[in-house]
Design a protein around this ligand. Structure first.
Ligand code: NAD
Length: 494
């Protein structure tokens, strides 16, 4: 990646954005607008449509009509595959401008954003495109006088609501399997990071996706998001975001048409370092990356660090050394390691967490302050707290910022107890040279993924999702098809 390629794109004007419905940019019914503030400098980048229930209704009606027409829903899988592969190629061709646009909107450091956003969306689109004509139905092992066939049917109109940390990647995890299976989709992007999903929908159209199969309505959660979740003609709501909003979506479903809701929620993931970790220096480096990249705005961030007493001092000194070298600043400048916090509101929440942790008696070892305030952007120093008690908020509640809580432990049993003492169960990691310890910990920790001697690696071939209050349902892998299709039985007398 060249700095000159980034610089060529970073100041391009971004025109005011409209919704994308039925294959075209359309203005919202109410005409209201929302400012898009770039976290890089706190300045207005452009505006988006502040969608309302009328806009959502328009998009859902279009999505339903197209679904019923069958141009996409009843197209042969191989035809859907062709268009989705073309779609993936187009996203790949535009990867750099999508990445830079996304960073101007949400503040993630470009090195990470380029891979995690457009390139991972490309991989996801290709995976489901390639899968769709290789998945067979079933013949049930019935008695000989009947034939039991199990078909996989798409469900209709899928509502997708995603957060601002990786809107393109997380959006693609839902949009790609939903489209591949033949559904129509209405996306409500996060209000502070809508631009790349709007561009994505336009590229889908260019690739030949029939108009109205993929629609994007921008706006606020409590208006456009709520309207989508309450809509009587949405069959499934696929959501990634916070726990409190996830709870509301379940209520909306109950109050409307009992649409099924899949929730990928927050986490407070334990990262457990045993004294026999093969390489303490490497473990410290990867652990710092595992909490601080994208300013901690990563659902699987290793935000609770558990270190065994025998290596505590050594590990912490390596961790502080590597953290001290992390450079925070302009996310479009390749010389920085970490970019901006997404919004002023999120930065404020992070700083309030720091203050409360200090008041509760935790020991701040580094960071805790806003950086580069003079430039108007939203930057925060990587922050580490030791002497954290398991009862403290800092140990229990998700921050979604660059704040790490550290506890020491004596033995495996205590590590498991501390790791599992959480309402969440999204991700975890274990560092050990013992195969037996590793496998025991993988079984003992309640989380959707347990990394061993690494933190945060993944790809589209494995499922992502949570245990406990981190939600239910799974993005990625063939398991994701379960959310967007239903088995249908044909029982045939012979
Ligand atoms: P959020 O829940 O505030 O918002 C997520 C989305 O929900 C946004 O598009 C928002 O507009 C919408 N929304 C808000 N209120 C709504 C309502 N009443 N009805 C319908 N929609 C509504 O979350 P956020 O602050 O954007 O993102 C941070 C959260 O997302 C963190 O908790 C993080 O852990 C979680 N997250 C989880 C994963 C995962 O895969 N499990 C991945 C990334 C982020």
């Amino acid at each position: 990646m060249l700095q000159s390629d980034i610089d060529a794109l970073r100041t391009a004007a971004v025109s005011p954005q409209q919704h994308f419905i039925a294959g075209a940019a359309v203005e919202g019914a109410g005409g209201a607008r929302l400012d898009v503030i770039s976290p890089i400098d706190g300045k207005r980048l452009t505006t988006i449509a502040d969608g309302d229930a009328a806009d959502i209704d328009r998009a859902v009606r279009v999505a339903r009509r197209v679904y019923d027409d069958g141009a996409w829903s009843r197209a042969a899988p191989v035809e859907r595959k062709k268009i989705l592969l073309r779609f993936a190629d187009l996203v790949e061709r535009h990867a750099m401008d999508l990445a830079v646009l996304g960073v101007r909107d949400n503040g993630t450091e470009i090195g990470m954003a380029y891979k995690a956003e457009p390139l991972s969306a490309v991989a996801t689109l290709r995976y489901y495109a390639e899968a769709i004509d290789k998945i067979y139905g079933e013949i049930a092992p019935t008695a000989r006088d009947v034939l039991g066939l199990v078909h996989r049917e798409p469900l209709g109109v899928i509502g997708v609501i995603v957060p601002w940390n990786f809107p393109l990647m997380i959006g693609a995890w839902k949009i790609a399997p939903a489209l591949a299976a033949g559904n129509s989709v209405v996306v409500k992007p996060p209000e502070t990071a809508s631009l790349t999903l709007l561009r994505l929908a336009a590229l889908a159209s260019e690739a030949g996706l029939p108009d109205g199969v993929l629609n994007v309505v921008t706006g606020r959660g409590e208006t456009a998001g709520e309207a989508l979740a309450l809509h009587m003609d949405v069959d499934v709501l696929a959501f990634t975001g916070s726990g409190p909003v996830g709870r509301r979506l379940l209520e909306y479903s109950a109050r409307s048409n009992l649409k099924r809701v899949y929730l990928e929620l927050g986490g407070k993931s334990p990262n457990v370092v045993f004294s026999d970790a093969p390489d303490i220096k490497q473990a410290a480096k990867v652990s710092a990356n595992g909490i601080f990249r994208n300013s901690g705005q990563v659902c699987v961030a290793g935000s609770r660090l558990l270190v065994q007493s025998a290596v505590y001092d050594q590990f912490m000194s390596e961790l502080l050394a590597v953290t001290g070298k992390l450079r925070v600043g302009d996310p479009l400048d390749l010389s920085f390691d970490i970019g901006a916090v997404n919004s002023e509101a999120q930065l404020g929440k992070n700083l309030a967490v720091v203050q409360r942790a200090e008041e509760a008696g935790a020991d701040r070892l580094c960071g805790g302050e806003r950086l580069h305030a003079e430039g108007g952007g939203f930057y925060m120093a990587p922050t580490i707290f030791a002497s954290v008690g398991p009862g403290m908020n800092l140990w229990r509640e998700e921050v979604f910022g660059p704040v790490l809580a550290v506890i020491r432990f004596e033995d495996e049993e205590e590590a498991v107890r501390l790791a599992n003492a959480s309402a969440y169960g999204l991700a975890a990691a274990v560092w050990t040279g013992s195969l037996r310890t590793a496998h025991r910990m993988v079984r003992a920790i309640n989380a959707g993924v347990v990394h061993v001697n690494t933190y945060g690696g993944t790809d589209v071939t494995v499922p992502l999702g949570g245990f406990k209050q981190s939600g239910f349902g799974r993005d990625k892998s063939l398991h994701a098809f379960d959310e967007y299709t239903d088995p249908k039985t044909a029982w045939i007398a012979l």
